[in-house]
Design a protein around this ligand. Structure first.
Ligand code: F6R
Length: 638
């Protein structure tokens, strides 16, 4: 969490830093700050504002300082509330050294205590401020910047990407990377710094991804980099041919609704892209789907589709165990996907929450493959889990939406979705594209294992296309009723229960997460069969119960009983059902009915309406839909 931007070169940096911060707002929007060495008086000049980057931009319109070296920050508050004093940059006592930080410095209280005893004074209650004081102190004591850094590194624990701007060093930025990402864009006598290449990708495609546990002293023409043992590193500059995808809202009021409507295209583009990787003849042209140059496996000499995604074909043929690790919405998609791998490819599959997996006992299994799923490819818990798995010599394939994300670079293989930039904090199109990608991959593995024919694979691709169509059309069917009747009615409730069984259970969890994160209405997602073991006590006329149906006769009957149990307690039932499920439909106070699809794709068919319904309820409540309170799009801390 938190976004970092920096510049050192020949031009004034303010405009670049502010634009970069806007592009990084997905990493947090509690406050923003900018500092440069003022070209007029050669001192640090800075501004900080609480709230999104636009507030900082407005504040800076009133002043005219600028300089050829500067840094900026957009914050997701971890230590200390979103107040000006806690915004970054943070400074040392003399205010001649500034730092911006992404991550968490562990044990900062003990460091602060010692520094206070030594006469330092602090302006904020952030963990970051100690990093400023530590370097300030070390610079005063040591002759070289390198020696000062060495002394700071012995004291810092936790996760940190730090960029320092030092008044006495007007031509060099100091960068330190431990666990949190930091990249340098190499320009023509200028260097750009960011938490993500998106910051500078329209200015240079030459990128130095700082290795973990390294630091660099960066001037306009030179990168001097070292590992944490102070051995020099030759910076590996990669050509990152990634087009800058700046998404704008166009005619839509929010990114979320735009992204809900982009789902059909996101799914189609992803499947088309996988088919291209798979060497399948594409029978129609799409300019959106170009296999980009950076999609190469991690320099392994492997052939065919599996080679393209970084896996050895014999490993896939002999695959016996699959584990999927993810967080949040991606975990819900993973859970849905586990039914695909078990049902279609006959592979026992476990699904794990990254934050739990990291600290659980690890068991190696026979012929195992681990999948990580992450829209951003940066989620700290998932990334650390992945590293843990790799340490045990088990290959990891990551399914992500962001090219060149840390996870994609570090995984043994990757399947890159083509959902396009997702800006709204609440995941929508990445969720549906993850489901579609997993469905496709389960079929592809089943073909490789000789369980399915190529014809069945082709039919699966057709089903995906059909269901993405249904996802979109159903929104149109229910649009006006939802906007005019449902939104005013359901926005009056204070709590909801979402129920599902089998493959619709993780879907119920996703619906509950979506409602609570954007509307702030309490929502409880639960397996319908467990209702009678406790949560049924909550059922009353003030708590709508939303049931998501399935296309499996046996499980449908069980769900029907659960719906009747709710009805018998005067609960208000909202039902998402399929054509022909008349008994369930007849119980509902409100019902959405979908065409029947391939049973395992039932959740995907319901996705659009579920998201649209929740979006409209939230819109009625006038919440900041794209930037809900306390959240960030990319969760880069534990
Ligand atoms: C909710 C949401 C989050 C993310 C989670 C993991 O709408 O978006 O729950 O799914 O933070 O993020 P990624 O997929 O980037 O690893």
């Amino acid at each position: 969490m938190c976004g970092i931007v920096g510049y050192v070169g020949q031009k004034n940096c303010r405009e670049f830093v502010l634009e970069g911060l806007s592009r990084l707002e997905y990493r947090g929007y509690d406050s923003a700050g900018f500092v440069c060495i003022d070209q007029n008086n050669k001192h640090l000049s800075f501004a900080k504002e609480v709230g999104p980057v636009n507030r900082l931009k407005e504040a800076l319109e009133k002043v005219d300082y600028d300089g050829t070296i500067g840094i900026g920050h957009t914050r997701w508050a971890s230590h200390g509330p979103a107040e000006k004093k806690n915004a970054h940059p943070q400074f040392d006592c003399q205010k001649t050294l500034a730092v911006v930080h992404n991550g968490i410095i562990e044990g900062h209280n003990a460091i602060r205590k010692r520094l206070l005893q030594e006469g330092h004074w602090f302006d904020s209650i952030t963990d970051t401020e100690v990093a400023a004081h530590l370097l300030g102190e070390a610079i005063a004591f040591h002759k070289s910047l390198k020696a000062a850094i060495a002394s700071v590194l012995t004291q810092l624990k936790g996760a940190y990407a730090l960029v320092y701007l030092i008044e006495k060093e007007p031509e060099r930025l100091l960068l330190i990377r431990h666990k949190s990402p930091l990249v340098v864009g190499v320009g023509d006598s200028e260097m750009f710094v960011g938490s993500d290449p998106i910051v500078f990708i329209d200015r240079t495609n030459k990128v130095f991804f700082m290795p973990d546990d390294s630091y660099a002293i960066v001037s306009s023409n030179h990168i001097e980099a070292y590992d944490f043992q102070h051995n020099p590193i030759v910076p590996q500059i990669k050509i990152h041919d990634h087009l800058l995808e700046i998404s704008n809202k166009q005619e839509y009021e929010h990114f979320m609704i735009k992204e809900i409507y982009e789902q059909k295209r996101a799914i189609e583009n992803s499947i088309l892209f996988f088919k291209k990787l798979n060497g399948q003849l594409i029978d129609y042209k799409s300019d959106d789907v170009i296999v980009p140059a950076y999609v190469t496996n991690n320099n392994k000499d492997l052939e065919g589709f599996w080679g393209q995604i970084g896996l050895d074909i014999s490993h896939v043929k002999n695959l016996k165990n699959l584990d999927i690790i993810a967080a949040g919405t991606s975990w819900h998609a993973a859970y849905i996907g586990s039914y695909f791998f078990e049902g279609i490819a006959n592979i026992p599959t476990t699904v794990q929450l990254a934050s739990e997996h990291r600290y659980s006992k690890f068991f190696k299994k026979d012929n195992q493959l681990v999948l990580t799923i992450s829209q951003s490819g940066e989620t700290a818990d998932t990334l650390e889990s992945m590293r843990l798995v790799q340490k045990n010599d088990i290959p990891v394939v990551c399914i992500t939406n962001v090219a060149a994300s840390t996870m994609m670079r570090e995984a043994d293989g990757f399947l890159l979705m083509q959902a396009g930039v997702e800006r709204s904090v609440a995941s929508t199109k990445s969720f549906s594209t993850q489901i579609a990608s997993l469905y496709w991959l389960a079929h592809r593995i089943a073909v490789e294992k000789g369980i399915l024919s190529l014809q069945a694979m082709k039919e699966a691709e057709e089903q995906l296309s059909l269901v993405s169509e249904i996802l979109e059309c159903s929104i149109e069917n229910y649009k006006w009723e939802i906007m005019e009747k449902d939104a005013p009615f359901y926005s009056t409730f204070e709590r909801f229960i979402f129920l599902g069984r089998h493959i619709s259970y993780p879907f119920a969890l996703e619906a509950a997460l979506k409602l609570k994160e954007i509307s702030y209405i309490f929502a409880h997602g639960y397996p319908a069969g467990e209702l009678k073991h406790g949560p049924i006590a909550l059922v009353d006329e003030k708590t709508p119960v939303v049931i998501f149906s399935v296309l499996n006769d046996l499980i449908y009957e069980k769900l029907l009983s659960n719906a009747q149990e709710v009805k018998a307690r005067k609960g208000h039932l909202v039902v998402f059902a399929f054509e022909g499920q008349d008994e369930l439909i007849s119980l509902a106070g409100r019902c959405f009915v979908f065409p029947r699809v391939a049973p395992l794709l039932a959740p995907l068919a319901m996705t659009g309406v579920m998201q649209f319904w929740i979006y409209q309820i939230t819109k009625f409540l006038n919440r900041p839909i794209d930037m809900p309170r306390n959240l960030a799009k990319s969760v880069t801390i534990e």
